[in-house]
Design a protein around this ligand. Structure first.
Ligand code: ADP
Length: 593
């Protein structure tokens, strides 16, 4: 049985080990506890990293610490030794003479005179290991101890103490690792959330800046930079970096070609400052290593930014000397950053393209209006001259029948030109003249104006709501009259003989409408979708046979909108149509009289 005193000291040590949540602190406590409490001259702990045991914590004389700290041994070698060792509970004892020559050369052998006469004397080539297991039996590391107290092979009691300690230490270590793993997850999740959220920011440059800062804070990098390229010749080249600002001189443009030549993306590529040759980064390797030296970095990790299997940029993470390697979870998170940034780059390129197209369309529309305005203006003068001369000839030679046709067609052309001019003038106009206008008077005037034409066509035309009296709206009287005239004119024009056209007004609390209903040829649903587009003429042959420009309704609708109103249509082919022009009665912008 171990002595009461040793047990008490062990319990105290155990308490310290278990009270820490930091793996590094726990390992230090274990190594020093074994030396201080259990009396070994040296205790060296190697941590399992992948399939390598890395000596991370050594307690003992400084020269021994300097000699063996950071040593790396393939885990398989140690497991091999375990197999040849004597089992002391969970401890493994390899007596002198059993270890291979190769292992002996690699191992640290104390300079110790062994007492050959004492069978329990400690031999310098003896090795004693205390493997550190998690509660679930996973090997986390190994502790090698040497120079036991009194230079004797440890007694059963001492072995039990070491064993108890190793078991407790293993559990504390695995708990701490579990906690670290959880904190790591939270930390990495936060980084990914920040990077994903950066996509909603204004502009790609700002998103890249936020993303590199998040990566730097989360992974403790010495320098990070990210760079993006245009896709399909769209977009600018952008870069962001921290803590040193991004500059094209710091970037290594050859990386793009190196990454492009890879078979599969995305993958992370790691490069050490002294790696002689890297099969993956033949063009950029040396420059990257030069950049590493300049910032005292030891390693760089290159992460491609990929979207839909296309390389759209890259991020380079520089790690300072002696910084630990990235965990598998961190590497996955960095790859995810690459994917997220790739998507953000693509989305931003799509947006840029859309904005450019909208700009081009606006430009085109402006050019079209300008062209229409210029051409119609230029046509107006010669047309007026043609009409004037034709009328003169007609006066002098009333018997010339062709001259009537010239005058009729010149008049049609004149109408088209004036419609074109009006159309180009009201395009893009937002403000209108605002005066008090009696809409009922405009309706009446329109019916008067077109009554002769209606009579000639044998179509009855009536204004049916005279009893309502004046109805005042605010707007441009000429423009409002133009809308009503156009509706009544069309109704008469597209209504065959014996049909009827009625003009009626309706007033509600806040709006007034003018409805023009006819029993005419009607408009098919397909044509209804287009009647308000410039130059549209119905596909109905009955309508096409009647001269028109296809500009009346687009102009009328634009006028309605610029007055804060609407122009709507209900129609049935072969039955008739109703055009409804609605205006607000008063808006806050109307002058109050
Ligand atoms: P236009 O009458 O000079 O051709 P509009 O822009 O005023 O030009 O009308 C566009 C088209 O809408 C007309 O060509 C015609 O086919 C159709 N349309 C307009 N009003 C009516 C109506 N009341 N009945 C039948 N079709 C109509």
């Amino acid at each position: 049985m171990p002595s009461q005193g040793a047990l008490r000291r062990l319990a105290e040590l155990m308490r310290r080990v278990n009270s820490s949540t930091d793996t590094e602190v726990i390992l230090e406590e274990i190594a020093h506890g074994v030396v201080d409490v259990l009396g070994y001259g040296v205790a060296a702990i190697a941590r399992l990293e992948g399939d390598t045991l890395v000596m991370t914590n050594v307690a003992g004389p400084p020269e021994v610490v300097a000699q063996i700290l950071n040593r790396r041994t393939p885990a398989e070698q140690i497991l091999d030794e375990f197999r040849q060792a004597d089992r002391w509970g969970i401890l493994r004892f390899v007596p002198a003479g059993r270890m291979s020559e190769e292992r002996l050369r690699a191992a640290w052998i104390p300079e110790l005179e062994s007492d050959d006469d004492d069978p329990d004397a400690w031999h310098p080539e003896h090795a004693l290991y205390a493997p550190l297991y998690s509660a679930s039996g996973e090997l986390l590391g190994n502790m090698a101890v040497d120079l036991p107290a009194d230079n004797r092979v440890p007694s059963i009691d001492d072995r039990e103490l070491l064993e108890m300690f190793a078991v407790q230490a293993g559990v504390a270590l695995s708990n701490a690792r579990e906690r670290e793993r959880l904190t790591d997850r939270v930390r990495l999740d936060r980084m990914l959330t920040t990077v994903a959220g950066s996509g909603t920011q204004h502009g790609l440059a700002q998103a890249l800046g936020t993303a590199v800062t998040a990566v730097a804070e989360c992974l403790g990098t010495a320098q990070v930079w990210a760079r993006t390229f245009p896709i399909d010749a769209q977009g600018r080249e952008l870069g962001a970096a921290t803590p040193r600002p991004f500059s094209p001189e710091v970037d290594v443009v050859e990386l793009r070609d190196d990454l492009r030549s890879l078979d599969s993306l995305p993958v992370l590529l790691e490069l050490g400052v002294d790696d002689g040759d890297s099969e993956h980064l033949p063009l950029s390797r040396e420059q990257l290593q030069e950049r590493m030296r300049a910032i005292h970095a030891d390693r760089m990790v290159v992460c491609p930014l990929v979207s839909q299997d296309e390389l759209v940029g890259y991020a380079v993470l520089g790690f300072a000397r002696h910084s630990r390697a990235m965990t598998a979870g961190e590497a996955d998170a960095v790859l995810e950053v690459g994917r997220l940034l790739g998507q953000i780059v693509r989305a931003s390129r799509v947006l840029e393209t859309e904005q450019r197209l909208v700009q081009e369309l606006r430009e085109l529309a402006r050019y079209r209006s300008e062209l229409i305005a210029t051409i119609s203006h230029e046509l107006k003068t010669p047309l007026t001259a043609i009409l004037g001369h034709a009328e003169l000839i007609a006066d002098r030679h009333p018997d010339l029948s062709s001259i009537d046709a010239i005058i009729r067609n010149a008049q049609r052309l004149g109408l088209l030109v004036s419609n074109l001019l009006h159309y180009s003038r009201i395009q893009g106009r937002r403000e209108t003249v605002r005066r008090a206008v009696d809409l009922a008077e405009l309706c009446e005037a329109s019916v008067d104006l077109l009554s002769i034409r209606a009579k000639q066509a044998n179509v009855s035309l009536a204004f049916t709501t005279r009893e309502l009296g004046p109805i005042v709206v605010f707007g441009d009287p000429e423009e409002l009259a133009r809308v009503i005239d156009n509706m009544v004119d069309n109704a008469v024009k597209y209504t065959p003989e014996d049909g009827s056209v009625t003009v009626a007004m309706a007033v509600t609390e806040d709006q007034v409408s003018v409805e023009v209903t006819d029993t005419g040829i009607g408009i098919s649903p397909a044509d209804q979708a287009h009647v308000f587009s410039a130059f549209h003429r119905s596909t109905n042959p009955n309508a096409l046979s009647i001269p028109g420009t296809g500009l009346g309704l687009p102009i009328a609708q634009r006028i309605a909108e610029s007055h804060g109103g609407t122009l709507e249509l209900t129609s049935e082919l072969g039955v008739g149509s109703t055009f409804r022009f609605t205006l607000p009665l008063r808006t806050s912008r109307d002058p109050v009289d």
